[in-house]
Ligand binder design. Sequence first.
Ligand SMILES: [Zn+2]
Ligand SMILES: [Zn+2]
Length: 415
Amino acid sequence: MINFDFLGGGNEVGRAAVVVGSGNERFLFDYGIEVQTGTGPIQPDLPLTAMFITHAHIDHSGMIPELYKRGWKGNVYGTGATHGLGTMLLKDSIDVQKKKGQVPHYQRIHIETMNNYWKNVDYNKPISVGKSSVRFLDAGHIPGSSSPVLETGGKRIMYTGDIKFADTQLVKGTKIWKEDVDVLIMESTYHYKNHPDRKSLENNLRELVQNIIYNNGTVLIPSFAVGRTQEMLCILDKLGFPIFMDGMGIRATDIILNYPKFIRDPKKLRKAFSRARKVHGNKDRKEALKDPCVVISTAGMMSGGPIGYYIKRLYQREDCALVLTGYQVEGTVGNVLMNTGRYVNEGVDAKLKMPYSFMDFSAHCGRDNLISLVKKTNPEKVFVIHGDGTQKFAKELKGMGFDAVAVQNGDKFKI
Ligand SMILES: [Zn+2]
Ligand SMILES: [Zn+2]
């Protein structure tokens, strides 16, 4: 008998956390935070046998130190890149929560305790944990991202985390669909649509950048520090235009380059990064705005980070452009901008004359890939998490003959 406890990520994108137990062993897959509100999932009971972390994004990792604050003394398993990037994002998350007037769930000291219990894993190498074993597969989502496959109680359970099938300039796509599993716990962020072809997207972006810069404009690209920033660098470097990097993406790139085996072409990224100009303060920002260039800056959803500095100075310029490249969560500055054409943040409410657009550079796979994952892994049970409207998707999978459930937070199952 295997128990499944869904603590977060049920019919929502955020605060992922699932406990899988068999006999007296209990494993926690991911322990994330809800990015906007700073709320965590339902707390798992302690002790746990071990914790498996799929990747550094804080909707999957943001609560880990809270377990150590509560006195847990177990191991957390993840790739080296997840550890390096995660540590940076966890520290930042404390600052962000404080800035928003929220009470942080833990302090820096608890991140240090976590570091003592972190065990680096390699892709595809089985690791024994108690009577069970776990293997981390490459998830193709961001550098170091993984999909753990747990063998426990005679069953093979795959927890996808966030996945992408197609290659990007930064990472190779996943091959997890090659596995044969009994239970599949799957993300479903884009169960309702497919993404455009990456190559044509890249070309469209290069063309846009070229046009704006030839007309003496500046292109602003708000980007997530981890993943998108580095992908943008790889795509745009070969144009040869000046690229300025601002915000946490600089440190994230440094960290990623310390783990070259988790990226597709470390040489290319290293070259692009060394050529890019790093912005450290307002003096550099002024400099960046003097001549036509590309600015890649956090925050990806524009709620924070230095991107606001540039928008406040360029929003009336019709010869410049703002390009959003990632998912914009409801209520974020980027989401409001997409819906209203206004930049509303920190006391500023401005209608943009600067043209803005959205390009779907998703790090998640789309609908067809999600369905083929289920068909190819052919599980006896599918739990659908990490998405909105998951009920509809689970129903569709049922129609295809799979025993699929859209779980809610707090749901418990026995298999
Ligand atoms: Zn992610
Ligand atoms: Zn996620």
